[in-house]
Design a binder for this molecule. Structure first.
Ligand code: FAD
Ligand code: NAD
Length: 404
């Protein structure tokens, strides 16, 4: 009898937790496990705002997948998933094909551009190592170029951040610390630099505790960030952006536009023909897809409803990792043909948003925290994610220990 083939797509938070748990739960003879990922490294998506601003080197945000998985049990394939043929139980890769008996889709998200003109062409994203490295280099290039030109282009030093959600706010926190460094390095008067955050909703961090939002906004304003609230980006051009507030259009010229205004599930999931909402598929309590008992979807590609408010849970690493645990247990049940499937219940411990190296805001176990205490907690959360995947040795290698 052939061993069941388990294929896991994506080695992000959800995928890596699934594989590291599954390799312990089942024996070598019980299933073939294959993990597919675009790169031979995993990156901490939750740290990309730091790599993008240039406050943390991108190599600190990534580690080799082969150092984490049990290579005698898991077959790692470095390749790009091109298509999921769910009815044939086949995966088309850029350089081959795979067949599966059980599939886990944990391919993360894509930026949500809402079809806004010019964003894809002219705006930078905080999406992966490549995009973060490119944004960091672009920022540095603008500063380095400024003093080389006879006719100074002041717009070079205007940086627009679209969206004051958690990604936008965390990036602004890093940027506000990075800009003074860049000014010193390239002999530029700090006053020449403008950082503008454009947010469509009536306030920053919509839905978050108002007191904490005020703390975050005040902190960033003190560091020189200008907020344009209740203002929507309508278009992005080579020279900047066009925004609208109360039907009034305005053009803002900028050398750098960063789009941090939301995500949708990986387009591969939509293209596979699963019923979805903005690329996210509503999964059953055991994390499988309705009508496809052999397919699990977890992380940013999955949609689960918070019954208390009857709205989807936001896509977070916290949930992706917890889903990975349940997914591994349920795969073990299916592979063995015995045991009971577990129902996934998110256990939200809190939310902390960093505001640069030494400040943050958050709610942890129902309590509000700000300042160095919150910043310390944020680093502990970051270290915990490393610990969950790779144990103490990964924490020692990549952990954050500079607390104050
Ligand atoms: P990911 O961790 O993004 O992993 C997806 C993987 O799939 C990647 O390895 C990618 O390379 C791979 N992949 C994608 N496409 C393909 C393909 N076609 N072929 C092969 N491989 C592919 N959440 C929190 O809970 N706390 C936070 O503090 C937090 N901070 C964040 C900060 C930033 C700047 C951002 C952008 C997000 C943050 N989030 C945070 C959200 C969190 O990062 C995501 O919810 C989480 O990464 C989702 O995990 P995932 O496993 O679904 O996908
Ligand atoms: P988001 O959807 O949470 O926020 C996007 C923001 O952009 C919203 O405030 C929205 O009103 C705004 N926006 C949308 N269209 C706009 C437009 N045309 N012009 C101006 N503003 C516009 O997205 P995100 O911040 O990328 O976060 C994605 C997910 O990752 C969320 O689930 C978030 O909770 C999670 N995350 C968590 C943390 C953390 O816990 N520290 C950090 C980053 C991200």
């Amino acid at each position: 009898l052939r061993k069941p083939r388990v294929v896991v797509l994506g080695a992000g938070y959800g995928g890596l937790i699934t594989v590291t748990r599954l390799q312990k739960l089942i024996g070598v003879n019980e299933a073939d496990i294959t993990l597919v990922n675009k790169n031979d490294y995993h990156y901490e998506t939750t740290w990309l705002h730091e790599a993008s601003a240039g406050t943390l080197h991108h190599d600190k945000c990534r580690y080799e997948i082969k150092d984490i998985i049990d290579n005698s049990r898991v077959n790692f394939v470095k390749d790009t998933v091109v298509e999921i043929k769910k009815d044939e139980k086949k995966i088309v890769l850029a350089q081959g094909e795979l067949e599966y008996d059980y599939l886990v889709i944990s391919l993360g998200s894509n930026p949500e551009t809402f079809g806004i003109k010019g964003l894809k062409e002219y705006a930078f994203g905080i999406t992966n190592i490549n995009s973060s490295r490119q944004l960091r280099e672009h920022l540095e290039y603008q500063f380095a170029t400024y003093n080389t030109e006879e006719h100074k282009q002041e717009d070079r030093l205007v940086i627009v951040v679209g969206g004051a959600g958690f990604t936008g706010i965390e990036f602004l926190g890093e940027l506000a610390n990075r800009v003074p460094e860049l000014c010193r390095e390239y002999d530029i008067d700090h006053k020449k630099v403008r950082i503008i955050c454009v947010e469509a909703a009536p306030n920053a961090l919509p839905g978050f505790d108002p007191e904490l939002v005020e703390y975050a906004v005040n902190h960033l304003q003190r560091k020189g960030v200008e907020f344009k609230i209740g203002t929507a980006i309508k278009e992005c051009t080579e020279d900047g952006i066009v925004v609208a507030k109360d039907d009034q259009m305005e053009e803002i010229k900028a050398g750098t536009v960063v789009w941090a205004a939301g995500v949708r599930g990986n387009s591969i999931v939509e293209e596979a023909g699963f019923e979805n909402m903005r690329g996210r598929v509503k999964v059953k309590p055991d994390l499988r897809v309705e009508g496809h008992d052999e397919v699990f979807i977890i992380g940013d590609c999955a949609l689960i409803i918070n019954e208390e408010i009857n709205r989807p849970f936001p896509p977070t690493a916290q949930i992706a990792m917890q889903q990975g645990e349940t997914c591994a247990k349920n795969l073990a049940v299916l592979v063995r043909g015995q045991g009971e499937m577990e129902e996934f219940k998110p256990d939200i411990k809190g939310t902390v948003a960093s505001l640069g190296e030494s400040d943050a805001v958050g709610v942890v176990f129902g309590k509000k925290v700000v300042g160095t205490k919150a910043s310390f907690m944020k680093k502990m959360i970051d270290n915990r994610a490393l610990f969950m995947v790779g144990g103490p040795s990964l924490v020692l290698k990549k952990g954050k220990f500079k607390f104050f």
